[in-house]
Ligand binder design. Sequence first.
Ligand SMILES: NC(=O)c1ccc[n+]([C@@H]2O[C@H](COP(=O)([O-])OP(=O)(O)OC[C@H]3O[C@@H](n4cnc5c(N)ncnc54)[C@H](OP(=O)(O)O)[C@@H]3O)[C@@H](O)[C@H]2O)c1
Length: 366
Amino acid sequence: MIAQLFSRRTAFGDAAVLVDALPPRQHVLVTGATGFIGRRLVAALAGAGHDVTVLTRDPAKAAALRPPIRIVTDLAQIASDARVDAVINLAGEPIGNAPWTRRKRRRILSSRLRVTRAVNRLIARLERRPAVVVSGSAIGWYGLWQDETLTEFDGGKRCFTHRVCDAWEREARKAQRLRVRVVRLRIGLVLGADGGMLRRMLAPFALGLGGPFGSGAQWMSWIERDDLVRMIAYIIATPSFTGPVNATAPTPVTNAEFARLLGGALKRPAFVRIPAFVLRHVAGAFADELMLGGQRVIPDKAQASGFVFRHETVRDALDAILGDATGGNLAVTRPMPVTRSAPAEQLVDQPAVEPAARLLRSLRAR
Ligand SMILES: NC(=O)c1ccc[n+]([C@@H]2O[C@H](COP(=O)([O-])OP(=O)(O)OC[C@H]3O[C@@H](n4cnc5c(N)ncnc54)[C@H](OP(=O)(O)O)[C@@H]3O)[C@@H](O)[C@H]2O)c1
């Protein structure tokens, strides 16, 4: 098993370099630290010697994060005289793992507002306020567009993801009244092998069953996960960043192009187009907003500030992520819940990414 081939130290990789931009010994509070983005961020921060406090509902899950960290289940556990230099607020009910029933929509919205309000209450009672809050949002804030390029200076169109992100951002902005710099990070589709959209796409594409969604003309604005972690550190360290910031790579692609590139990276055909009506029938508005619709977002502020992306193109990002199944990002996976569609033999004592990694190795060997 890949996870067992790597020692704990090696398995966390060289994540520490991702936060090189930070001054030494920062005290950072992370919510959503056990998630796909958060766990890589924590590995980087803790690995670089920063003091990390994580808020979680599940201390057992957080115990698997890169040590040393402090785990809290309620921000009330943080003393008023504690030092917190920066808050990174990512927690929220997953948005892309199930159809948006009324209950699911409520949880998506209320979980983000609840955690962000708790962060604001903490900031209000801290004797020394943090310098910055980097609070999650998503490119869904812009709503659904065609081919227009969007920067932080554009407006948003109404839809469910816009409503969620807008309410989340408004709550986060309240920390400005406490004289704290607030950055609202409009995150694009995050690419990494052990989570997010790519993880869900890997199995069908590796089997040659992948392809575009609907017409494939919809735009996908993406960012490689390590670049996102680097950007978060850069934003914390750069006081001129404030307000909305697009966390996307400079070269968004259409869904058809993404499918072609992913198929190419896996050396598999990617022609199995899933018709829009099928996706709509199965997933309703979820399909319309997350699979069939999109937005072409440009990281205007990051580029203007001189932030350098390591992965500017999808091809480059996929090469880095999939290039070496035993030494690349696939090696830093944690065990995670298996998917119902995984073949039975892969469900036994395996991190979910291991089957995809094995499949990739065998495809490459041919
Ligand atoms: N991944 C992407 O492509 C992407 C793109 C745009 C925006 N974002 C946003 O960025 C944030 C982090 O993304 P991610 O992919 O790392 O998310 P993730 O893997 O789903 O992790 C989110 C974390 O939030 C916490 N959480 C989950 N449900 C919650 C609930 N009902 N109430 C309170 N906390 C809850 C969980 O932490 P505990 O279980 O430890 O409490 C979990 O580890 C999310 O808010 C997401 O919407 C992600």
